[in-house]
Design a protein around this ligand. Structure first.
Ligand code: ZN
Length: 207
């Protein structure tokens, strides 16, 4: 399997094409970092989307999702950890001093079984180790809705409305993690499951 993946997706830098890895060290610094999103949809009290969702990063995230290139998770996680540590040290120490817990936005079991993995869970495990934050898989997706990318922007809130529920007692401070932020409906819908006393941040790789 991994030999086949190497043939189909040879490890070359998504930016410059240099062989050896998906994001080579000299290109890591090129991607501009985005700012913290002001006024995210409530009940999120803050939202950080690290990179603009455009090629070649967009292609990498789609390759991961649809062609199951799970190796990409390692390198993308490293990219996220590097960027958070270098550009957002204050936010990171606020999260760790206040014991925020990473929570992945789940996929519906149907889709997860088909894909074999939920990329957000894979990311959160690595981010939890790299950033020294706890993680909890406390959300469950109960509605199998079409991917937000296949739905008109105006229909997206309805598409994910009541799509999640809490499967376990939630931590009191939460960083909801998803790979991509588009209209924000998915994060807002997931965030709506938590008690109003929960402090919620959102973190996505791209938007
Ligand atoms: Zn490169």
């Amino acid at each position: 399997m991994s030999l086949l993946l190497d043939l189909l997706f040879p490890k070359t830098c998504y930016f410059c094409g240099r062989p050896g890895c998906y994001f080579c060290p000299s290109c890591n610094g090129i991607q501009p970092t985005m700012a913290i999103v002001p006024n995210p949809l409530p009940p999120l009290s803050g939202l950080l989307s690290l990179f603009p969702y455009r090629p070649p990063l967009r292609r990498a995230l789609l390759d991961l999702k649809y062609y199951l290139v799970t190796d990409l998770v390692d390198e993308l996680s490293r990219l996220v950890i590097c960027r958070l540590t270098s550009d957002y040290p204050h936010l990171l120490s606020y999260w760790s001093q206040n014991r925020f817990t990473l929570v992945p936005v789940p996929l519906h079991p149907f889709r997860q079984n088909w894909r074999g993995f939920n990329q957000s869970v894979l990311f959160v495990r690595r981010l939890s180790t790299g950033l020294n934050l706890d993680y909890a898989d406390c959300l469950q997706r109960i509605k199998s809705s079409p991917s937000q990318t296949q739905v008109n922007p105006q229909d997206r809130p309805q598409n994910v409305s009541r799509a999640f529920r809490l499967a376990a007692n939630p931590p009191s401070r939460v960083i909801l993690f998803d790979d991509v932020y588009t209209t924000g409906s998915t994060l807002a819908s997931a965030a709506g499951c938590f008690p109003s006393s929960t402090t919620l941040w959102g973190l996505t790789i791209a938007s």
